[in-house]
Ligand binder design. Structure first.
Ligand SMILES: [Zn+2]
Length: 249
């Protein structure tokens, strides 16, 4: 179990059973908005495509990969990498916008007595290939396909995503973050309540595998900016569903 959870952390898990469930509702009211932000939601449209394995190049909403859907079917163009990356901790880098948001969020958490650590941030396509192949060798291709994002499909390649832990050097697992008896409950609770204010969205919430294509990952947070993070929160949809509605029509 521990091994499987750690594999999920480094590769980001894939669900064994996937498929689109219900079209999300995009009705928003001012009362529902968590704070005064401008809604950027696109008009209601078709739901995201069903989760499946493919290698179609993803859409770049507003001409940028910042809001691109990356899932089991949609991937970045081959060899794509961020124009700029800055160090946020030993061995971890993010795009400058996400790096600043990470520092701001980390400071705010610290003031609340919560310590956040970046366990994994930017990953190149080649490194993701290494992670995937390692899991193929250890567990077989069928297993790897279920539990590890294939190269080009990882949100970590954007340089806008961080896996968050509670201490340096910890192999953070979902069990560590979500188990109510552990001291890391503070981390999960703080992130759930506050991360959106700094522009971060949890990509793979619990019980949403049909919509996200991935199992629950409490540690995996993607930066989309405070306005869009507020939109996602207010609309009560998954990030994948939200981003799908931003794609070029
Ligand atoms: Zn991750």
């Amino acid at each position: 179990m521990t091994r499987t959870l750690f594999i999920g952390l480094i590769g980001c898990t894939l669900a064994a059973s996937v498929g689109w469930a219900v079209a999300p509702s995009y009705s928003l009211s001012k009362a529902a908005a968590p704070r005064q932000t401008q809604s950027h939601l696109a008009p209601p449209a078709a739901p995201p495509s069903a989760c499946r394995y493919s290698d179609k190049t993803t859409y770049f909403p507003q001409g940028s990969p910042t809001y691109a859907v990356l899932d089991t079917a949609l991937r970045l163009p081959s060899g794509w990498k961020p124009a700029s990356l800055v160090k946020i901790s030993a061995g971890a880098t993010l795009q400058p916008s996400a790096a600043k948001a990470w520092r701001d969020m980390r400071k705010a958490a610290k003031r609340a007595g919560v310590t956040l650590h970046a366990v994994s941030a930017y990953r190149s396509e080649s490194y993701q290939l290494t992670v995937f192949n390692r899991n193929v060798r250890r567990h077989g291709r069928a297993h790897a396909l279920k539990f590890v994002a294939r190269p080009g499909h990882s949100e970590h390649q954007l340089g806008l995503t961080v896996d968050i832990g509670y201490a340096p050097g910890t192999a953070v697992t979902s069990e560590v973050l979500v188990h109510p008896k552990t001291r890391n409950q503070k981390v999960a609770a703080w992130l759930g309540a506050r991360a959106w204010r700094y522009g971060w969205v949890r990509s793979y919430p619990k019980g949403k595998v049909a919509a996200t294509c991935y199992e629950s990952e409490p540690w995996h947070w993607r930066y989309v900016g405070p306005a869009k993070a507020a939109d996602v929160r207010a609309a009560r949809v998954t990030l994948r569903s939200y981003l799908w509605h931003l794609r070029p029509q």
